[in-house]
Design a binder for this molecule. Structure first.
Ligand SMILES: [Zn+2]
Length: 685
């Protein structure tokens, strides 16, 4: 189950987490995490010429001091903050998990979830027993006609069985919540992992089959049977993958919008009993839905026709064990880590259990856990402070749009209308989510995990046919990330990111505008990137551009596509200019807007800000931006990011942006022709 297929995040972390265990954690001494700073000259490498490689200049010291810890696949300044947030969350959870009868209802839920997750001894002792009802139910399927109710049940529990289903705002009418069926059912990160040729891709597929085979062995199968079953899973998933769209094609909204009567879906895929599925999944009665990728359901029909029932059951068994592996005995956890953590992401060690359990609690009960987090770290004062900066950036965008020389007044008016309609969501929701219907039982780790998924699935499905809840958040308060949602036309900044080093109230304004300001500008620009620009002020997919303005826009973004296509992520893998276009446009526009906002702010001051540590305010603005992105990677995660993630590797989020800004070269006196001041530059907004 899920909603909003178009939400656009700031950082990499949300994307890889879908199939792979999200790697985060650190061996760094914990105390320094509580004193992160917005700008620290000690983190720079001043031996590097800023006009030669600005990322190295800003981050060189940090990169040397912070190699990727063994339980991670990447480690950046955002990870430092995530680590610091995690320490706070652990403290909250340890206190809540004491079995105090006077605990609040919220503390009972988060405390007992965390306690049960941490109780490895109990989990080992139970073995596979908690999963047995699911496996028995799959084993009991006697005909393909009986698949639908089991698939519905598994999907409610978050098992990625065959396809995905949920709710979403209608692309063309953002006020309407409708049902949505989409591609799904894969164990590898995305479509092209099944089809791409090349030695590395062959190797990953081989390791994946090996992993699936190992999981079947852990379920008690003989090596021969396990190998045969793993081959079945691979064959079936490859057929589903071939019918799917890849990550680049999924960035084009029109590729994902096909609203049709339910009977048309039934016509495409008659082998599946949709009526029974819809009844059992608990969807309100619907006449029509968005079938995001119609070709996928034709592919699904072929799979259901061609594969034997036994083989489909084998596939379902795999997806089920895979989903629940975090709450199964350590043999399953380790095997899962071996492929998703090690092979795909390059982590050397499994994260300590407490970090994983904090993450799962946040995932299942984020707005319960988030309440105490917000009280401790953010509060009303943080909200007010951030809102001021957001308004500064919005004013900068208004000025930028008014000054834009390539856009006609007609389109400008619509752009301004959209800008003025953007809703700002800062820190945490006005109304906390009610988890009273989610039963958390002390000692039932897997059950809590499963019921959490069911609670969330029903929450999503219950939206269908009801008014859109515009106060809803798509990220939990402690999350170190931010997003723009084109259908809501809102920008969202969780309290988790509005902390040092991204926002540091002890620092001068140049530092905060360069970092937090850049983040805010980034999200705002998403409303006007290649994807966001296709949605109007109300969040509807509607073309509000004159043909000549659209053409101008396309020419400008083509420059950005070319620029980023030229960057190498790792080995022979280039950055994909089309996949990362929206993010790159947002980075570029975001920093420009932050700069404009800073200048406007500076102009209103009684005194000009002074140089600090030998750097002018203008230089500090850019160094602060650069230091926001310092990050080390394993080669494996760089490959994964380049092939699946819409964000560019961080050095290009710094250098790829500043090369295009005249203000940057002026601040550092870079001569035209130096690497950071090329003759050809790109500008969109
Ligand atoms: Zn973004």
């Amino acid at each position: 189950m899920r909603s909003h297929i178009l939400v656009i995040a700031l950082l990499v972390s949300t994307a890889a987490a879908q199939t792979a265990p999200q790697s985060s954690g650190s061996t760094a001494p914990e105390s320094h995490l509580l004193h992160l700073k917005g700008l620290d000259p000690n983190l720079m490498d001043k031996t590097v010429d800023p006009c030669a490689d600005f990322y190295q200049y800003s981050c060189g010291g940090w990169l040397k001091q912070n190699p990727v810890p063994p339980d991670q696949s990447s480690y950046g300044r955002d990870t430092e903050l995530a680590e610091r947030n995690r320490l706070i969350l652990r403290d909250i959870l340890e206190k809540a998990s004491a079995n105090d009868p006077k605990r609040s209802a919220v503390d009972q839920k988060i405390g007992d979830f965390y306690f049960s997750c941490m109780d490895e001894t109990a989990i080992e002792k139970k073995g596979l027993a908690p999963l047995k009802p699911e496996l028995d139910r799959i084993a009991a399927i006697k005909s393909k006609a009986e698949l639908a109710p089991v698939v519905a049940d598994l999907q409610l529990k978050n098992v990625d069985a065959l396809f995905s289903y949920g709710s979403d705002q209608d692309f063309k009418n953002a006020n309407e919540e409708i049902a949505e069926a989409d591609q799904g059912g894969l164990g590898l990160p995305e479509r092209d992992y099944y089809t791409r040729t090349g030695a590395k891709d062959e190797e990953i597929r081989k390791e994946y089959v090996e992993h699936v085979s190992n999981v079947f062995k852990l379920l008690g199968e003989s090596p021969t049977q396990a190998a045969a079953d793993a081959a079945t899973v691979m064959r079936l998933e490859t057929d589903l993958a071939k019918a799917s769209l890849n990550v680049v094609d999924r960035r084009e909204p029109s590729n994902l919008y096909h609203r049709m009567p339910v009977k048309d879906l039934e016509g495409m895929d008659p082998a599946f009993n949709w009526a029974v599925y819809m009844r059992d999944v608990g969807t309100p009665p619907v006449q029509s839905m968005n079938v995001a990728v119609p070709q996928f359901f034709k592919g699904l029909e072929a799979v259901l026709q061609n594969e034997s029932l036994a083989d489909i059951k084998t596939y379902l068994r795999w997806q089920t064990v895979h989903t629940f592996s975090p709450m199964l005995p350590s043999a399953f956890v380790n095997e899962n880590f071996n492929f998703y953590g090690k092979t795909l992401q390059g982590a050397k060690e499994l994260q300590p259990r407490w970090k994983r359990c904090v993450r799962y609690t946040d995932h299942n009960l984020g707005e319960a856990l988030g309440q105490a987090y917000v009280d401790r770290t953010f509060g009303v004062e943080g909200k007010t402070r951030t809102l001021t900066m957001v308004h500064d950036i919005e004013n900068a965008m208004q000025k930028d749009l008014e000054q834009l020389d390539w856009m006609t007044p007609q389109t400008k008016q619509r752009a301004l209308e959209k800008l003025h309609t953007v809703v700002n969501k800062i820190g945490y929701p006005d109304k906390w989510r009610d988890y009273s219907k989610y039963d958390v039982v002390r000692g039932d780790a897997l059950g809590n995990f499963s019921r959490g998924a069911i609670f969330e699935s029903h929450r999503q499905l219950d939206k269908i046919g009801k008014p859109v809840d515009r106060g809803e958040w798509g990220m939990t308060p402690p999350t170190v990330n931010a997003y723009y949602n084109p259908q809501m036309n809102d920008i969202n900044f969780p309290a988790g990111i509005l902390q040092p080093p991204f926002y540091d109230s002890t620092m001068d304004d140049a530092v905060n505008y360069g970092d937090a300001g850049g983040v805010i500008g980034h999200e705002l620009t998403h409303g006007f990137d290649d994807e966001g620009r296709q949605f109007d002020a109300k969040g509807n997919l509607e073309d509000w551009w004159t043909p000549q303005d659209a053409k101008q826009f396309e020419q400008r973004v083509a420059c950005v596509v070319d620029e980023y296509n030229g960057f190498i992520a790792t080995d022979d893998v280039h950055v994909n200019g089309k996949l990362t276009l929206g993010e790159n446009v947002a980075d570029l526009g975001g920093l420009k807007l932050a700069w404009m906002a800073y200048l406007a702010h500076e102009a209103g001051l009684d005194q000009n800000p002074k140089a600090v540590d030998g750097f002018t305010p203008e230089q500090r603005f850019f160094i602060s931006y650069g230091q926001g992105w310092c990050e080390n990677y394993t080669p494996e995660i760089l490959r994964l990011i380049a092939q699946t993630n819409p964000h560019s590797p961080v050095q290009y989020r710094v250098n790829g942006v500043v090369v295009n800004l005249p203000e940057f070269r002026k601040a550092f006196s870079c001569k035209v022709g130096t690497p950071m001041a090329p003759e050809k530059t790109c500008a969109v907004w």
